[in-house]
Design a protein around this ligand. Structure first.
Ligand SMILES: Cc1cc2nc3c(=O)[nH]c(=O)nc-3n(C[C@H](O)[C@H](O)[C@H](O)COP(=O)(O)OP(=O)(O)OC[C@H]3O[C@@H](n4cnc5c(N)ncnc54)[C@H](O)[C@@H]3O)c2cc1C
Length: 290
C-alpha cells in the first residue's frame, strides 16, 4: 500500500487526534485484545508485541479469578492498565509515520499512481556488480571478452548484469519440477561445497563426465540438467533459464562452490570421453592442479 492509501485505510492521516484505539478494552465479561483495540501503522515494530502483552496481562488474571485466588475486580485492571499503553503506542506510531513522510515523499512512495511509484522504485534499483578474473576462472573457451551492456557499461560496480560468462555470479533462475511443486532457485542448487555443472537437453554426456571427473579428481561435483522432459532434473517452466543460460541447451555452465561461474561450454563435445577430457582440463586449471 502506498502511504496515502495506508493513511486512508488506517485513518490516521495528519490529524494527531485520529487514532484507532478503543476507549476501553473490556466490558463486564467481555475482553478485547490485539489489533481489534489498537491499530497503527507498522512503524516502531510494536504491533505484535503490544498484542502479546495484552494477552499476557489478561491471562494470569483470568486464571487466578477462575481458581478463586483473586477477586473479580482484578479483571477490570486489564483495561485500565493496557488501554493507556495501547493509546500511547498508537500515538507514537502515528507520529513516527508523520515523521517519515518527507522521506517517503522523497523516495516517490507517496505518488498516487502505481506507475509513478514503480518508476520511482526502479530508479533506486541498483545492485553491486562483481566479476572475477584470473586463474580461478577459465575463459579460454569464450569466443570473446566479456562486454558489459546497458548501465553496467557506465558503472560496473554500481550495477549488476546477470550473466553466465565465466567470472560472473551465478544468476538466479526460478526452476520447478515437470510436475510443478515448490519452485527452486539455481542459487540454492549450487554452493553446497561442490562444483555444479548445469546442462540441459542433449547434455547427458556432461553429466556422465562430471561423475567421472569428480571421482578421478576426488572433488565433489553434482550436475543438474534443466529443460523440458521427464529426463531432466529440473523444468524451465518459466523460460528464465532459456533466457539466461548463455550457452546452447546441450552446453554446460560450471559453477564453483562460491556460486561464481568458472567456465562455460557452448554445446556438448562429441561423447562422454571428449566431455570428460575437457572438464578434467578445466577443473585442473581452475583448481591450480599442475
Ligand atoms: C506491514 C506490517 C508490518 C508489521 N510489522 C510489525 C513488526 O515489525 N513488529 C510487530 O511487532 N508488529 C508488526 N506488525 C503488526 C502485527 O502484524 C499486528 O499487530 C498483529 O499481527 C496483530 O495481531 P492480532 O492477533 O491482534 O490480529 P491479526 O494478526 O490481524 O489476527 C486476526 C485474525 O482474525 C481473523 N479474523 C478476522 N475476522 C474474523 C472473523 N469474522 N471470523 C474469524 N476470524 C476472523 C483474521 O483472518 C486473522 O487471522 C506489522 C503489521 C503490518 C501490516
Amino acid at each position: 500500500m502506498a502511504g496515502e492509501e495506508y493513511a486512508r485505510v488506517y485513518s490516521w492521516g495528519n490529524d494527531p487526534e485520529r487514532k484507532i484505539v478503543a476507549e476501553r478494552y473490556s466490558d463486564g465479561n467481555l475482553f478485547c485484545l490485539g489489533n481489534t483495540v489498537h491499530c497503527h501503522p507498522p512503524l516502531n515494530g510494536l504491533g505484535s508485541n503490544t498484542c502479546i502483552q495484552d494477552a499476557f496481562n489478561l491471562a494470569w488474571k483470568i486464571a487466578n479469578v477462575h481458581r478463586g485466588f483473586a477477586g473479580a475486580e482484578l479483571l477490570s485492571t486489564y483495561s485500565t492498565e493496557r488501554q493507556p499503553v495501547g493509546a500511547g503506542i498508537v500515538a507514537r506510531a502515528n507520529q513516527a509515520f508523520r515523521d517519515h513522510q518527507p522521506i517517503w515523499a522523497a523516495l516517490g512512495m507517496l505518488e498516487t499512481s502505481l506507475d509513478e511509484r514503480e518508476r520511482a522504485l526502479r530508479e533506486l534499483r541498483t545492485e553491486m556488480g562483481q566479476r572475477y578474473t584470473g586463474v580461478g576462472i577459465f575463459t579460454a573457451d569464450e569466443g570473446g571478452a566479456f562486454v558489459p551492456a546497458g548501465k553496467v557499461a557506465e558503472e560496473a560496480v554500481l550495477y549488476h548484469e546477470a550473466s553466465t560468462y565465466p567470472g560472473c555470479r551465478l544468476p538466479h533462475v526460478r526452476l520447478n519440477r515437470s510436475i510443478p511443486g515448490e519452485p527452486v532457485s539455481t542459487i540454492d542448487l549450487a554452493g553446497h561445497r561442490e562444483f555444479t555443472p548445469f546442462t540441459g537437453v542433449g547434455g547427458d554426456a556432461w553429466r556422465e563426465a562430471a561423475e567421472i571427473v569428480a571421482e578421478k579428481l576426488r572433488i565433489p561435483m553434482l550436475a543438474h540438467s534443466i529443460g523440458f522432459g521427464v529426463h531432466q532434473d529440473w523444468a524451465d517452466l518459466y523460460f528464465d533459464r532459456a533466457r539466461m543460460r548463455g550457452v546452447q541447451e546441450s552446453g554446460a555452465v560450471l559453477v564453483r562452490p562460491d556460486r561464481f561461474v568458472a567456465w562455460g561450454a557452448d554445446g556438448v563435445l562429441g561423447g562422454v570421453e571428449e566431455c570428460e577430457g575437457r572438464l578434467t582440463g578445466v577443473m585442473k586449471s581452475v583448481l591450480c592442479l599442475h
